[in-house]
Design a protein around this ligand. Structure first.
Ligand SMILES: [Zn+2]
Length: 273
């Protein structure tokens, strides 16, 4: 199984970092988790064309995690040589978001259907609302849904993807909680979005410091990783963005709480588990 950080950015635009999105690939599985800004540019850079996506998992409906939903739906559709159904899994509310996204795409869909005689139908999208405790299959994977704590944002979920005895947990946004601990138990990889509270506190703007109460810090991600006994800790969604040369500093903050391998870096950083 390979976990590729397609986008390691956050809502704040960054010239070097796409928005939050992670690709998980394994024998018989190509799945995207969240679809932030610029996701398809990074997807092709990772060597995957949109039609090969088996599905899309959404952890929550914060804009930075879903900005490119329309692009994923449209581009996968127009690049597929024949109709290829697409399933999007997410917490309650994802159905409404997908429905409205499809509605916004209606003019474009009609333009293309009118212009290309070989296209007879619009994008075939199925939305599946998931809740903590749900287990479903996608391609070769068994996927378990877990609870996260990103309050006051609700509902939010995390996903544990298991293929051929390997497992990766995509924790999404949030602070440590029992649901996340349980989902991560013994996972080979644990991907967590993180912030640096010491740096965020230095910005004298309430709109920025407000984010402190609902995101794991780098240290907390290390603590969760140790508590759950995961194999590799993967950090993403850096707030603020890691500047060149700061990687070691970020790594050491997590390493103070987790003795295993820690993966972080630029977009397209990947780890095989
Ligand atoms: Zn969020």
């Amino acid at each position: 199984m390979r976990v590729t950080l397609l986008g390691t950015g956050s809502p704040i635009p960054d010239a070097r970092r796409a928005g939050p999105s992670t690709l998980v690939t394994a024998d018989g599985l190509t799945v995207l988790v969240d679809c932030g800004r610029g996701v398809l540019m990074r997807l092709v850079a990772a060597g995957v064309l949109p039609p090969f996506l088996d599905g899309l998992l959404i952890t929550h409906l914060h804009s930075d995690h879903i900005t490119d939903l329309g692009d994923v739906i449209t581009t996968r559709w127009v690049m597929s040589p024949m109709p290829r159904p697409f399933t999007i899994f997410g917490p309650p509310g994802i159905d409404e978001v997908v429905r409205h996204t499809l509605a916004s795409l209606a003019p474009d869909v009609q333009y293309r259907l009118d212009h290309h005689p070989d296209m007879h139908e619009g994008p075939s999208v199925t939305t599946v609302v998931v809740n903590p405790g749900d287990v479903f299959t996608l391609g070769s994977a068994t996927i378990t849904v877990g609870e996260t704590d990103h309050k006051p944002v609700e509902p939010t979920v995390a996903f544990r993807i298991e293929v051929g005895g390997k497992s990766a947990v995509l924790g999404g946004d949030g602070v440590p909680c029992a649901g996340l601990d349980q989902l991560c138990l013994g996972a080979d990889a644990y991907v967590q979005t993180v912030i640096r509270d010491d740096l965020v506190r230095m910005v004298p703007m309430a709109r920025f410091t407000d984010i402190l109460d609902y995101h794991s810090t780098v240290e907390q991600a290390g603590q969760t990783a140790t508590k759950a006994g995961v194999g590799t800790l993967v950090l993403t969604h850096y707030v603020p963005a890691i500047q060149p040369g700061q990687e070691g500093e970020w790594r050491s903050l997590a390493a103070a709480h987790f003795a295993g391998p820690i993966v972080l870096g630029d977009d397209l950083t990947a780890v095989d588990i």
